[in-house]
Design a binder for this molecule. Structure first.
Ligand code: UD1
Ligand code: CA
Length: 450
């Protein structure tokens, strides 16, 4: 049975106290919205529709960055969850199969749970994902009779007796697409909030003699983000889950609680991650690589046998081939390091390619930016770049060449050549002693002998 997904993401998220639309706040270095889209993607949906409202341009851009095929509909006025689903109707007209509604601010719903929801559709026309709430607070309450869901009552509309119910609505709902669209078109606003409640489709379905059911999931899965405090707690929960997953996948984490992952971090089996390592988005670390303590990595690829850090920063476009060694206080950006390259200390390589087995001395800098444009540096295979070499790009060092320590290289160096680009040394015999004596005399004359 084909399935489509509608992700509701129009709300402002007033309680975040932010200019940024709520669904764009980051969890695991990815917008909240991407988490919901990932759960949707796992279902291999026919259509994925994001309902955007507040900050629609930004939300739309973020959604398309995750999935270029996503469709965006605008809900200019937020008149309720049912109204939001109504906006998606034109895009689902005539599309066969079921539709699942998700929330953009609810990042932990698992694909397995959505599968259970779909399976329950064999027994019910409408299936709602529910959970037993520790603190039911202001959630919608699920009214049941045996296996059947009879009605959802919103907190604002609930009687004291109904408020005592702890079985709550997660917001996730699944129904046959044409039925869902039909039901939402019949919603009204005669309720405490004066909104079109999506939750009312349950009663509307029952009125037609159709059945509704509940699938129960863990409360942690339905956690919605409304405040920064909840976002921080969600981040902690996300990191805990990612650490457990990495350990289960055969990754060594010396101090798991100090390692931070992004939603899309990939780490191979038998990789070793030392304490205090932060992964931003887009990192792949292959099997057997070692990331030493205090490294920050984003948008980069570390191959087998490579070793990084301690205290290294790998920025987007850093590509480390096998057995590359990147040591302390090294920053790499848009830099491709071929097999066996060594960059041991205190170096910046940006917009560069380094050929295999090159050795980059301490303090080397690719001067890649002239204030207006970025330029490329080409460093050939088996070169030896002397310590404190400034490579003023665009510039190219031929294979097997050397640069003298302290050189400022502004012109290409031919293969096998030694480039010396620094002032020649002059020694003045005895001058240091004489100079020192003179300085001491001056100081004493000023009466500052301490
Ligand atoms: C909703 C449910 C409630 C459930 C709770 C779970 C309804 C009427 N109530 O309540 O039963 O327990 O979620 O968290 O559905 N949104 C739009 N457009 C709108 C309104 C909302 O896109 O016009 C989006 C919001 O951005 C958010 C989601 O829908 O992502 C839920 O909206 P919210 O206002 O938080 O619903 P609740 O009142 O929490
Ligand atoms: Ca909410």
């Amino acid at each position: 049975m084909p399935v489509s997904v509608i992700i509701l993401a129009a709300g402002q998220g007033t309680r975040m106290n932010s200019d940024l639309p709520k669904v764009l706040h980051a969890l695991g270095a990815a917008p909240l919205l991407h988490h919901a889209m990932r759960a949707a993607q796992a279902l291999d949906p026919e259509r994925t529709i994001v309902v955007a409202g507040h900050g629609a341009d930004l939300v739309s851009k973020a959604a398309k960055a995750f999935d270029p095929d996503v469709q965006i509909v605008l809900q200019t006025e937020q008149r309720g969850t049912g109204h939001a689903v109504q906006q998606a109707a034109p895009l689902l007209d005539g599309v066969a199969g079921d539709t699942i509604v998700l929330y953009g601010d609810t990042p932990f719903v698992r694909p397995e749970t959505l599968d259970r929801l779909r399976q329950a559709r064999a027994r019910h026309a409408v299936v709602v994902l529910g959970f037993s709430a520790q603190d039911p607070d202001r959630y919608g309450r699920l009214l049941t009779a045996g296996e059947d869901l009879t009605r959802i009552v919103e907190y604002k509309d609930a009687s004291a007796e109904e408020r005592a119910i702890t079985l709550c609505n997660s917001g996730v709902i699944c129904a046959e697409t044409s039925l869902l669209l039909d039901l939402v078109s019949g919603l009204g606003t005669a309720n405490a909030a004066g909104e079109f409640y999506l939750t009312d489709v349950v009663a509307l379905a029952r009125d037609r003699g159709l059945s509704a059911g509940v699938v129960i999931c863990d409360e942690a899965e339905t956690l919605g983000i409304n405040t920064r405090a909840q976002l921080a707690r969600a981040e902690a929960a996300f990191q805990t889950a990612m650490r457990a997953e990495a350990l289960a996948n055969g990754v060594t984490l010396t101090a798991p609680d100090t390692v931070f992952f992004a939603l899309d971090t990939h780490i191979g089996r038998d990789a070793i991650i030392a304490p205090n390592v932060v992964f931003g988005p887009g990192v792949t670390v292959e099997s057997g690589a070692v990331i030493h303590a205090f490294c920050h990595l984003e948008g980069c690829h570390v191959s087998r046998g490579a070793s990084v850090g301690p205290f290294a920063r790998l920025r987007p476009g850093a590509e480390l081939a096998e057995d590359v060694h990147v040591g302390n206080f090294v920053e790499l950006k848009n830099a491709v390091l071929d097999e066996g390259v060594k960059v041991g200390h205190l170096t910046y390589l940006g917009d560069a390619h380094v050929g295999e087995h090159a050795n980059i001395g301490a303090g080397t800098v690719t001067c890649n930016f002239d204030g207006v444009t970025k330029h490329h540096t080409e460093i050939g295979a088996r070169t030896f770049i002397g310590s404190d070499t400034m490579l003023v790009a665009p510039v190219s060092i031929g294979a097997g060449a050397m640069t003298a320590a302290g050189s400022v290289i502004t012109a290409d160096v031919p293969a096998q050549a030694l480039a010396l680009a620094r002032a020649r040394q002059v020694n003045k015999p005895g001058l240091a002693a004489r100079l020192m004596e003179r300085l001491r005399t001056i100081k004493a004359a000023k009466g500052q002998g301490r």
